[in-house]
Design a protein around this ligand. Sequence first.
Ligand code: G6P
Length: 472
Amino acid sequence: MSRTIIVSNRLPTKVLRTEESLTFQPSEGGLATGLGSIYREKGNVWVGWPGLFVEDPAEEQHITEQLQQDSMAPVFLTEAEIRDFYEGFSNSTLWPTFHYFSQYATYEQAHWEAYVAVNEKFCQAVLALAGPDDTIWVHDYQLLLLPEMLRRARPECTIGFFLHIPFPSYEMIRVLPWRAELLQGMLGADLIGFHTFGYMRHFLSAVSQLLGYSSQNGQIETPSRTVLVDAFPMGIDYQRYETTAASAEAKRHEAEYREALREVRVILSIDRLDYTKGIAQRLRAFEVLLQRYPEWREQVSLIMLVVPSRDQVAQYAALKEEIDELVGRINSQYRTITWNPIHYFYRSFPLEELSSLYRLAEVALVTPMRDGMNLVAKEFIASKADQRGVLILSERAGAARELSDAIIINPTDTNQLAEAMHEALVMPEEEQVQRMAALQSLVRQYNVFAWTKLFMDRLQYSKIKQLTLATE
Ligand code: G6P
């Protein structure tokens, strides 16, 4: 029987250490939901890191057994690997480079070596589980070398790779000292997927300029094999957000918040702490809105959720300070006894509360400097049962390629963003409904299940095609 093995740096379950005990928390991430139906099917498995450092072999054994019951196989990382592979090469070299923040990128040989070693570790973990007929689907930038490592060990295996972040212009990629190895690593796959055609074109250009491999119609000819490349914009579990937003609990939370906020209108911003998300720029634009349109003072508040992330990496810690400082300054300057301009939270929220905030908000600000896709934009849309509400979306989020009925802005243009907020706040209800209806039908149709099916079908097709070519 052929099986499917999903591989990503993070497992869909997070293991957390609280005081003396361990807790297993299902990840709310889109990927976990989308692939939930696949990896839980009989015989299938998800390979990844449980998100914490484990010293005690007995504890490791306990975690492994617990996760195995839910079709997961953990790969444990040492403290040095977390530092050099995760915080180092993955999040201080690849992440900034792929998001056009190369001024933040470091180039450390030791980090590269850890990256190779951890990809090899993942490879061994997959090989221990995978048979020759199995399908392996590798995810994201932490595992760029894995497809090629697997291919060497299992030449006949069906291997898919999906990149969840942007693939940048060749000019960014060429700066990396290990650029050729990284591209070769990805080319071990049969099918490579990106969120947009733009990212795909950048990849094809990098492969042609750095490796000299030509391509036609998304088909790359390497000396040994043909590799297919295509765009698959990822979606969300639409129904889940729609249903949660309509639940009694979400409505109850919304009523509580509404009472506390009185008549004040709400602009919402939700992100992981990251310099790619444009959080500081967004705060400055909100300040411009209050300066330029004093009539909004005491009438509008920004509710801003920042979910803690990668805070051991220097740039993230610095950003946290910058945000704290900006929020403090703006609030102290504009607040009144009865009105708070910015309600800022630095923690994660359960889905029902997020859902009630989506319901409550008249405007959502999704204004990253760069973002592979951005699913918050889609979650906001799915939660808007009455079809009122306006999405302000950055032109540099992958989602902007699909969601053209949002107000599309350039996130570095503070004036434009402030004007967009004003425009959203005065937008006639009829126009809001018209735009939201169009957005909803798109996000409903291209949901995460459709995304998974498209990728998997195309992957099987790529294999059949290769076999036909080989026998011709
Ligand atoms: C982005 C990446 C994912 C990553 C997630 C959370 O969405 O594309 O691969 O898992 O951020 O980041 P973390 O470093 O906490 O895994």
